[in-house]
Write a protein that binds this ligand. Structure first.
Ligand SMILES: Cc1cc2nc3c(=O)[nH]c(=O)nc-3n(C[C@H](O)[C@H](O)[C@H](O)COP(=O)(O)OP(=O)(O)OC[C@H]3O[C@@H](n4cnc5c(N)ncnc54)[C@H](O)[C@@H]3O)c2cc1C
Length: 384
């Protein structure tokens, strides 16, 4: 299916289902079940699964645009669907025939949901340094022990893509492994329900893996070649799904401000706010800020898809710049919308809280700029 047709389907579902569910998702910290299930039912869950495996065959550009569309109505729904896509892309990157049949084909049929479990309390924002242990039990089985934090879609997936330290005792730092842990695996203990300040529908829960047994067939790629995964798949897809989501939130804030300027008139002068030059100027400036960030996100995603020479730098920049853009856009749009923006349960109530997660979701803005500097200075990016 052509990307434009795919995006039309996402737009239609976002208007019909995501927008209706969004308020409850935020107010009740409810996982966006109706939205995610609708995407699955309508054949969209295999968005980034290659066409050879029956998927829609989209890459980073398609993912960015999809998350942007959903994020305009619900940051939580965009991130939940985005993390499923990141997990699917990691699975698909070097999938064996068995993994294709067991995980990717069900994903395409809308029968299997996945997510990414990288973060750990011990290493925090440094998501490339997992401490979860992966031990060989037999030819057929691995055992996992560790604690994962903030897993989006936690408790709602059929499987989780979990990062662990390399199997070999002397595995060099950063050469970790990724495995698929199915929801039925032994020794999974979920932490309390997620009650976030924003992104409240995310179900970003903690998971303890206690002597968890999984088939060795669930190892992704070769043992210890996960540095390749970080830079070729995990980081590009993770960063792009977040960049698209927060771009959608920035656009939603802009839309609110524009609507207010076009609808609000004063009785004393008869003027609409849209007729006041200073406000026209501020709205124009806000549009330019969002648009230049949007073009950076699209450019980065296309570079990533075509493996362009500036792909890595562009993708790192895009997520860092979106984090600034969404924070500033929501603030500015709130000011333009005046007092009604400040009331409880206004649209800005959600947008402001959701936007705050952009900087802290790993790789965080701090780390991204440091990585950029290192890459530009020809230094190893992950040297801590
Ligand atoms: C809504 C939400 C959804 C999430 N979803 C997922 C998910 O699906 N999967 C997943 O694996 N994780 C997920 N996370 C986790 C997230 O990606 C981060 O890993 C986590 O929020 C950051 O870890 P921390 O809170 O321990 O921060 P800390 O490690 O305590 O960092 C605090 C601050 O210090 C800064 N800092 C730390 N070290 C350095 C340094 N060397 N140089 C400069 N600055 C530094 C960081 O940038 C950060 O701003 C999610 C988080 C949130 C809030």
């Amino acid at each position: 299916m052509h990307l434009e047709s795919i995006l039309e389907k996402f737009k239609a579902i976002t208007e019909s289902t995501v927008s209706k569910e969004a308020a409850v998702v935020d107010q009740e910290a409810k996982w966006p079940e109706q939205s995610i299930r609708k995407f699955q039912q309508e054949g969209l869950a295999g968005l980034v699964v290659p066409e050879d495996f029956g998927g829609l065959g989209q890459g980073l550009y398609g993912l960015a645009k999809t998350c942007e569309i959903i994020g305009r109505e619900s940051g939580s729904a965009a991130l939940c669907f985005g993390m499923h896509c990141v997990g699917s892309a990691v699975m698909a990157a070097k999938a064996t025939t068995g993994q294709k049949e067991k995980f990717l084909e069900p994903i395409v049929r809308g029968e299997h949901l996945t997510s990414l479990a990288l973060s750990e309390a011990g290493t925090g924002a440094h998501i490339y340094l997992p401490q979860t242990q992966l031990l060989s039990v037999s030819e057929q089985e691995f055992m996992l022990n560790g604690n994962k934090t903030f897993i989006t879609n936690g408790g709602f997936c059929d499987s989780y893509v979990v990062s662990t330290v390399g199997v070999e005792a002397d595995a060099p730092m950063h050469q970790f492994s990724c495995v698929i842990v199915e929801k039925t695996a032994s020794g999974l203990e979920w932490g309390p329900e997620w009650k976030g300040l924003g992104m409240r529908g995310n179900s970003s829960r903690n998971l303890t893996l206690k002597d968890t047994i999984i088939p060795t067939a669930n190892l992704l790629g070769e043992r210890g070649d996960q540095l390749w995964y970080i830079f070729q798949v995990v980081a590009p897809y993770f960063l792009t799904s977040m960049a698209g989501t927060y771009l959608g939130i920035a656009q939603a804030a802009f839309d609110e401000a524009k609507k207010h300027l076009m609808e609000r008139s004063y009785s004393h002068s008869g003027l609409m706010l849209s007729q006041i030059p200073h406000l026209q100027h501020r709205l124009g400036k806000l549009w330019a800020k969002i648009e230049r960030t949007r073009q950076l996100v699209y450019h980065a995603a296309r570079e990533g898809d075509y493996q362009g020479s500036s792909a890595l730098l562009s993708i790192l920049s895009a997520k860092a710049e979106v984090a600034h853009c969404v924070e500033e856009a929501v603030n500015e749009a709130m000011t333009l919308t005046g007092g009604i923006a400040y009331r409880e349960n206004s649209r800005f109530d959600v947008l402001l809280r959701d936007a705050k997660a952009a900087h802290i979701m790993s790789p965080t803005t701090d780390l991204l700029y440091t990585w950029l500097g290192r890459a530009i200075l020809d230094q190893p990016i992950l040297n801590d």
